[in-house]
Design a protein around this ligand. Sequence first.
Ligand code: GLU
Length: 298
Amino acid sequence: MTKPVFRFAPSPNGRLHLGHAYSALLNDALARRFDGRFLLRIEDIDITRCRPEYERAIDEDLAWLGLEWERPVRRQSEHFSDYRSSFQGLKGRGLVYPCFCSRKHIAERIEVIEAESGEAWPRDPDGAPLYPGSCKGLPSGEVARRIGAGEVHAWRLDSEAACRLLPGPHVFTRFSLDGTTDLVEAEPWRWGDAVIVRKDVPTSYHLSVVVDDALQGVTHVVRGRDLEAATDLHVLLQRLLGLSTPLYHHHGLILDPGGDKLAKSRRSEALSALRTRGVTAAEVRQRLGFAAQPMPST
Ligand code: GLU
């Protein structure tokens, strides 16, 4: 039997905080418990925000916590061709369309729609307005002309076409830390026509993560609850691309004393800062519930 495969997949766009430590420690503890493998994956498609020094800091922080992972580490920025070929598969089947809209244009368009209808326009699980479809169904001649002229564009999933092809239900398996599993019905449509290939890089978080999880043989995805809703879209993409769907566990988030989620953007205290203050790795592990027993119960 093949071993279960777990992964911790941070983005090197800032310093890791206690929330990342929890996620990494939990993946490692589960890999140990199930005699599985533990991988580190560097999600650095955002070439403007990711920096080599943050990647070095990830290595340092994880080693400080006492973790060991397989090498070589997969670095997404080195695999754009994998994402490109998956994208070509979607494109070849008419499941994506180019979108030339700026964020500003989308916001203005939605303001008009809301003013005209008197109703709030639906939002995706991250709170962003669903794409209003301005570029959907543009005449092929116009598309060819604009792309030929070098106009920047993203590529969006044509959710209607995807739904026609695969109406669902799209079910995946969720597992709990006590070993139980249940089936969950994904609702990918609440993401609308999501961006599958960004304007600035030939992929997106959603596309890269499903391609990599499949290529790396990841069997168990363990990540924070902030990414739970994204799983709905990931399950649909896996089906569309003919990839296998891992089991999922979305763990609770580590909160700061004010009850807010830790975030790089909120400048939550970094593991390296804790280290400088003299906090030990053993204290961090204990605080996160990994000291006395191999794994916390929540
Ligand atoms: N790279 C993502 C992050 O740092 C995590 C992706 C995942 O675990 O699926 O938030």
